[in-house]
Structure formats: C-alpha cells, structure tokens
Design a binder for this molecule. Structure first.
Ligand code: GDP
Ligand code: MG
Length: 205
C-alpha cells in the first residue's frame, strides 16, 4: 500500500451567534445534536480524521466561544487557516446580511497571501425549521452572493437532521487540501538568498 502522508488542516467556522456553527461541528465530529442552546465552552477546536482521495487528513476545526457577538476573535484564531466556513441561518435575514462583514473580517484578520483565491465555503443552515415555511433567504439569493465572491461553494444544511453535513465538510477538506498544496509550492519558491542574509546578520563572534 502506498505510504500516506498525514496532513493537518486548520478550518475556521464563522457566522452570527445562533446560526448553528457549534451544532454543525458537533454533528460532524460527534454525530450528536442538542436542542439546548449553550454558549460554546472548553476546547478551541475539535479534530476529525478523514480520508480524502486515499490521503489521511486531520481537520482541525476552530469554533468561536461565543465571542462572535463582539467580533473580537483575535489573531491566533485566524492564523494559518486553510479554509474558512461561513454559516448563516436561512430563516434569519440578518445572519445572511452580515456575511459580507464576516468575509471581510476574515480577510483582514487572517490576511492570506492570496485573498482572491483563498478557499471559503458557505453553509445555509437550519433548512429543516418549520418544513421550510419560515425560510427567508432563497437558495438563488445565496448562490448569487457566492458568485459575487468568486464562486464560493454553497451547501444547504441541517445540523439537526444531519443533512449535507458530511458532504459540506468533505468539500471543506478538499478545498483546504488544494490550498495547502498551493501554499507549499509558494513557499518552495521563496529564493534562498533571503535565508542566507538572515544568517549573516546573526552572531558576529
Ligand atoms: P452557534 O451560536 O452558531 O454556535 O449556534 P448553536 O450551534 O449553538 O445553535 C443555536 C441554536 O440553534 C441551538 O438551540 C441549536 O439546537 C439550534 N440549531 C442549530 N442547528 C440547527 C438546525 O440545523 N436545525 C434546527 N432546527 N435547529 C438548529
Ligand atoms: Mg457556538
């Protein structure tokens, strides 16, 4: 069997408070759903190992501990992200309207080297609510937003009914993996002389 390289990918999940970020992660990683609303406590991230095209990948998925209300997540949260998952609630217009802010906030804070091509994914969550009757954001409207941001992939999900959750995170893993590979190529191309110059400025004795 071919040797498998283990890859760690950092994924961050952003969106308004209450849209179901923690529930989606719980459903994906622990296959559990709770109706009770709890502000996220404890670990900053959860991990899940999956196989993507025969490659073992560890997804490190970072959740906000309720600070999203104040939009003060700190640089450590964003640092080194390989993919950003944006979540809104299809039944709450405001959570869709704030996507622009989250998108911009991510690009400002994480400042990826490739803002135009950095992988985002959008999840429209809670599609199960009231059999779809309380929905206020259409799939068409969401897809138009995705197109306007450079063709971000879009998934409609239900953390409650475990609908499309695995598919969405598999897409996340694939996008992050691609991005990780592109970054490797980017770093390999950094010319040597810089490193030498650094060394020569070091100890003079
Ligand atoms: P967060 O603040 O974005 O992390 O949101 P939570 O994951 O804490 O979810 C907020 C509330 O919405 C909780 O009461 C969840 O049980 C509920 N919730 C989350 N996802 C879904 C879903 O897909 N369907 C339904 N009906 N409720 C959901
Ligand atoms: Mg939460």
């Amino acid at each position: 069997m071919a040797t498998r390289r283990r890859t760690l990918l950092k994924v961050i999940v952003l969106g308004d408070s209450g849209v179901g970020k923690t529930s989606l992660m719980n459903q994906y990683v622990h296959k559990k759903f709770s109706q009770q609303y709890k502000a996220t406590i404890g670990a900053d991230f959860v991990t899940k190992e999956i196989l993507v095209d025969d490659r073992l990948v560890t997804l490190q998925i970072w959740d906000t501990a309720g600070q999203e209300r104040f939009q003060s997540l700190g640089v450590a949260f964003y640092r080194g992200a390989d993919c950003c998952v944006l979540v809104y609630d299809v039944n709450v217009l405001r959570s869709f309207d704030t996507l622009d802010n989250w998108h911009e906030e991510f690009l400002n804070q994480a400042s990826p080297s490739d803002p135009k091509t950095f992988p985002f994914i959008l999840l429209g969550n809670k599609i199960d609510v009231d059999g779809g009757n309380s929905r206020v954001v259409s799939e068409k409207k969401a897809k138009e937003w995705c197109a306007s941001k450079g063709n971000i992939p879009y998934f409609e999900t239900s953390a409650k009914e475990d609908y499309n959750v695995d598919a969405a995170f598999l897409c996340v893993a694939k996008l992050a993996l691609e991005h990780d590979r592109d970054q490797d190529i980017y770093f390999q191309n950094i010319p040597e002389p810089i490193a030498e110059a650094e060394q020569s400025r070091g100890c003079a004795c």
